[in-house]
Design a protein. Structure first.
Length: 421
């Protein structure tokens, strides 16, 4: 893990989009001081000019002021030297250039600004199969515009579900499968999602300990804070809309929705593809701070030595103190969601006080077993097979904006940048 205070890389970082992840990525890299300059494309005018844009960068309803984030509450304003004509400013002494001409990636002149690495945070361009010159824009458009590598702050989403992922694209979560990124091969890198990142750190320690063969099934529900795609007040759905709940007020409702975390998890932890896994999502009216409830059914070796709460917590504690210490926290404190806001270096915070286990025996009819043609169950003659299993419930917190995801994304950005030096 790269920490703040190191020497800046002799290169510029490009950020496309200044929504929640784009803005907080700017905060993150200003704090880490890992790039000599940052170039941000927003592709449109904001307010009455650069002064209004600087105010939007400096203030945040969730995390407060940028200066306080960097230095504490006594810090004065850290944005200065605004040049409206050039679109430039200094943010805590680091030059930042704002581009306001094109929202289509291929129209952003990254070459002119000497930007080789771009992180796309818009959430609009997610299909790595779409060519760079597509009329409505594409992720590969950044390559057409002069970038060498593009990091996506969201999971890839293939428009053609039957298609294979292109060879130059890869999905990684830092500390889980970061080495799947091959600098000589990969041009498009997805940093998955906030939920997949947290989930990976909840699943991997259990998978490493028990092995995939002993995990019979798994499911998760994320109780997720509101995102920018939701609406403040009810509005009419667009023509052809199928999910009418997306048009209901998030400040007044708990809203059922979907998540692609299960599919993305299979990309970063391939063993999970062979385990029956379901993922659901519920949106709630909080600004950030989310929770995953993970349920796993694990086959026991015997009823005399069943999987129990102490064992599960010890697995997470060892991981948090050892190989996952940079990104996993195990705690036996009691938290509420606001406690998680801004918590650094934490893909997941395991709340050990809420770990639960229940051991039982399940009865399996061998006549219903899935067998290949011509195979038999040998000499088994019993009508029922009794298998001891334990159901495990684990709670993992994550700050889906700055504390968890943006920090993890920042580690990925820095590591890719280092591979380009």
């Amino acid at each position: 893990m790269v920490t703040a205070g190191e020497q800046p890389r002799p290169m510029k970082l490009g950020i496309n989009g200044l929504g929640r992840i784009g803005k907080l990525s700017l905060w993150h890299h200003i704090s880490r001081r890992t790039f000599k300059e940052i170039v941000i494309n927003i592709g449109r005018q904001v307010g009455s000019g650069l002064q209004d844009l600087a105010a939007a960068i400096e203030k945040d309803s969730t995390y407060g002021r940028l200066g306080a984030y960097l230095y504490g509450h006594r810090c004065p304003r850290v944005i200065e030297n605004l040049d409206e004509d050039k679109g430039t400013m200094l943010v805590d002494g680091i030059p930042v250039t704002i581009l306001r001409q094109s929202r289509d990636p291929k129209g952003i002149d990254w070459t002119a600004h000497d930007v080789r690495l771009v992180v796309d945070t818009t959430g609009v361009f997610r299909d790595p199969l779409v060519p760079g010159d597509a009329p409505r824009g594409s992720l590969r458009g950044h390559i057409e515009a002069g970038a060498e590598k593009v990091i996506l702050s969201a999971p890839f989403k293939l428009g053609d579900r039957a298609a294979e992922m292109p060879e130059d694209a890869v999905t990684t979560v830092m500390g889980i499968n970061e080495d799947d990124y091959v600098p000589e091969k990969h041009v498009l890198i997805s940093a998955a999602s906030c939920t997949t990142t947290c989930l990976a750190y909840m699943v991997k320690p259990l998978l490493d300990h028990f092995g995939a063969n002993r995990i019979l099934s798994a499911s998760m529900v994320t109780v997720h804070a509101v995102t920018g795609s939701q609406v403040v007040l009810d509005r009419l759905p667009k023509a052809g809309a199928k999910d009418l709940r997306k048009n209901r007020s998030i400040i007044n409702n708990i809203i059922l929705t979907t998540t692609g975390a299960a599919q993305a998890l299979g990309l970063v932890i391939p063993e999970m593809k062979n385990i029956g896994f379901m993922a659901e999502s519920v949106r709630i009216p909080t600004n950030t701070g989310s929770l995953i409830v993970l349920v796993m059914t694990i086959q026991d070796e015997s009823l005399e030595r069943p999987v129990n709460r102490q064992l599960i917590n010890s697995i997470y504690q060892r991981a948090a103190e050892g190989p996952m210490s940079d990104h996993l926290i195990f705690t036996e404190e009691q938290h509420v969601s606001s406690d998680i806001i801004g918590m650094p270096a934490a893909a997941s915070i395991i709340e050990g006080t809420e770990t639960h286990t229940r051991t039982a025996v399940i009865n399996v009819d061998p006549r219903l077993a899935c067998m290949s043609e011509g195979e038999t169950l040998g000499n088994i003659t019993c009508e029922l097979i009794r298998i001891p299993v334990t159901q495990v419930v684990v709670y993992g917190w994550y700050d889906n904006e700055l504390g968890s995801y943006t920090n993890m994304l920042g580690d990925r950005i820095v590591s890719v940048a280092d591979s380009m030096l």
